[in-house]
Ligand binder design. Structure first.
Ligand SMILES: Nc1ncnc2c1ncn2[C@@H]1O[C@H](COP(=O)(O)OP(=O)(O)OP(=O)(O)O)[C@@H](O)[C@H]1O
Length: 145
């Protein structure tokens, strides 16, 4: 878990689209926060900046008191679950969960242990052999997590 701070964040797309204006946010460890606002007010842009998928025009993005504006997404220790397309449709739930661990060259036994542990926490033990298309929306989101 981590603390997240946004100090006076601004985002311009091109010169004239000011998508996020002077935005401050302070989220404590284990705090649960929901973004609500009218369409186009900058919610997705803000999340994408936090994840490192969008450049920040100005301001400071801090994760655990480290300024991460220029830190690449994989080194931010933060993850994002997309609404759609988060899973590989041709792979089983097991293989989807194991994918990142395989890329990091974990041993097969370690991967099995970690996948089963994650599946237990997320209530997905009975779905490990299924393909994403045979899951509910909420189950898919949990696989993505
Ligand atoms: N790549 C882009 N280039 C130019 N303008 C963009 C781009 N992406 C988003 N915008 C604009 O930035 C503003 C904020 O968009 P954003 O997607 O962050 O809004 P949102 O609050 O997530 O909206 P919604 O609730 O409709 O999904 C909008 O005016 C949008 O048109």
């Amino acid at each position: 878990m981590a603390e997240l701070k946004l100090n006076n964040i601004n985002k311009y797309y091109e010169k004239d689209v000011h998508a996020v204006k002077n935005f401050d946010l302070d989220i404590g460890d284990k705090e649960f926060v929901v973004f609500v606002g009218p369409s186009g007010c900058g919610k997705s842009t803000t999340l994408r900046m936090i994840a490192g998928l969008e450049d920040i025009t100005s301001g400071d993005l801090m994760i655990d008191d480290r300024r991460v504006n220029d830190v690449p997404p994989k080194n931010r220790d933060i993850a994002m679950v997309f609404q759609n397309y988060a899973l590989y449709p041709h792979m089983s739930v097991y293989d989807n969960i194991a994918f990142g661990l395989k890329l990091r060259k974990f041993k097969k036994e370690v991967i099995k242990e970690k996948v089963e542990e994650a599946a237990k926490i997320l209530g997905l033990e009975d779905y490990l052999d299924r393909k994403p298309k045979a899951l509910s929306g909420g189950q898919r989101q949990r696989v993505a997590l």
